[in-house]
Design a protein around this ligand. Structure first.
Ligand code: FAD
Length: 322
């Protein structure tokens, strides 16, 4: 068993950003000695994405045309089982996404493979594959290895791994179209795909995030600080309680049950730093925290911190940057 197999994802005819993160993580394992990096795409238009995937810096692209226009978990399961049989990879990387949640664990259970979900760190060394995931609502960090497993299937947390740079890879990778008999595989029917209500920018793609916590104290203050965010070129995000209070839409929530973000700058105002919040932002490149409590846990992960009233800092930002 050797090599890394990435399961790429498409939605609405475009590669999902997590696909490039999986390739970035796969490339890292490959360079650490895990073997060649292949990427498989299971989609009705799989061949349309071959060039883009090659340019992301993989060794091989496997395009598997699906009989269905949309994702279907049993089709994906059948394809992955066939791919593992055919390519015997040491590691399979998929996203910790709603698509992969539907089939990856089933493939692992049926095949007796190693498995872990929501993985945030990876390595390849003398003992083979190592992975890190948290447990008990991010209170514990678990380091995993997989003794006795020839093939290990992992779901990687979106936003936790640096994306391969699209367009920089050489077009030397090989590609192959695999026609598998998938008619009759599907056991569920998609009735409708509803997009979440539009909430403006996607916080997961933002370069500069201004995140607000319960310390803002009132709904009106969220609106004021949202205007500040717009003036200083930041994207507004929030902690869980602001969503629960109905002060901000769910799409703005950062954390374990919200989105994972990794911006260049994460400016947290009035956020205590609960484990469930840190789960979604601790990979940010520079974290700046403002909190009136010097013992707030957010300061444990912050690169820069101010023990201060957030409204005083907001006023200063307004003066300096807006
Ligand atoms: C299963 C589960 C999933 C969850 N998922 C998420 C999630 O995805 N995202 C998430 O964020 N939470 C999540 N939570 C909730 C999480 O546990 C915390 O309750 C939440 O993150 C706390 O949000 P907060 O920091 O804004 O509020 P608080 O913990 O109340 O902190 C408010 C902070 O503001 C400071 N403050 C107050 N006034 C000021 C001021 N004027 N100036 C400066 N600082 C001030 C206070 O010192 C305090 O530190 C989840 C919880 C559970 C159980």
């Amino acid at each position: 068993m050797s090599g890394v197999l990435v399961i790429a994802e498409v939605r609405g005819g475009a590669l999902r950003p997590v696909s490039l993160e999986l390739i970035g993580a796969g490339r890292m394992l490959s360079e650490q000695g895990a073997g060649e990096l292949s990427v498989a795409l299971i989609a009705s238009d799989a061949e349309a994405h071959v060039k883009e995937l090659k340019l992301a810096g993989v060794d091989e692209v496997l395009a598997v045309p699906s009989p269905l226009a949309h994702f279907e978990a049993h089709v994906a399961q059948a394809v992955l089982e066939a791919l593992i049989e055919r390519t015997s990879p040491a590691v399979v990387l998929a996203g910790h996404t709603v698509d992969s949640l539907g089939f990856l664990a089933a493939v692992a259970a049926r095949g007796g493979h190693g498995f872990a979900s929501d993985v945030t760190e990876l390595s390849w060394g003398e003992r083979g594959l190592g992975a890190v995931r948290s447990a008990y609502g991010e209170r514990l960090v678990r380091e995993l290895d997989f003794p006795g497993r020839d093939t290990v299937l992992l779901q990687l947390r979106p936003g936790a791994f640096a994306a391969a740079v699209a367009g920089l890879g050489a077009e030397k990778a090989s590609s192959e179209r695999l026609d598998l008999d998938l008619e009759g595989c599907a056991r569920s029917e998609r009735i409708e795909l509803r997009d979440p209500p539009a909430s403006g920018e996607d916080i997961a793609k933002a370069d500069f995030v201004l995140a607000l916590g319960r310390g803002v104290g009132a709904r009106e203050r969220v609106a004021e600080l949202e205007r500040l965010a717009a003036r200083i070129g930041a994207t507004l995000a929030v902690s869980g309680p602001l969503v629960e209070a109905g002060w901000a839409p769910r799409a703005r929530k950062v954390g374990q049950s919200g989105k994972t973000v990794a911006p260049r700058v994460y400016l947290a105002l009035g956020i205590s730093g609960a484990a469930q919040h840190l789960a979604g932002m601790s990979s940010s490149r520079t974290i700046i925290a403002v909190n009136s409590d010097p013992d707030a846990r957010i300061f444990d992960v912050a690169h820069y911190g101010a023990v201060a009233d957030l409204f005083e800092v907001a006023a200063a930002l307004e003066r300096e940057l807006a």
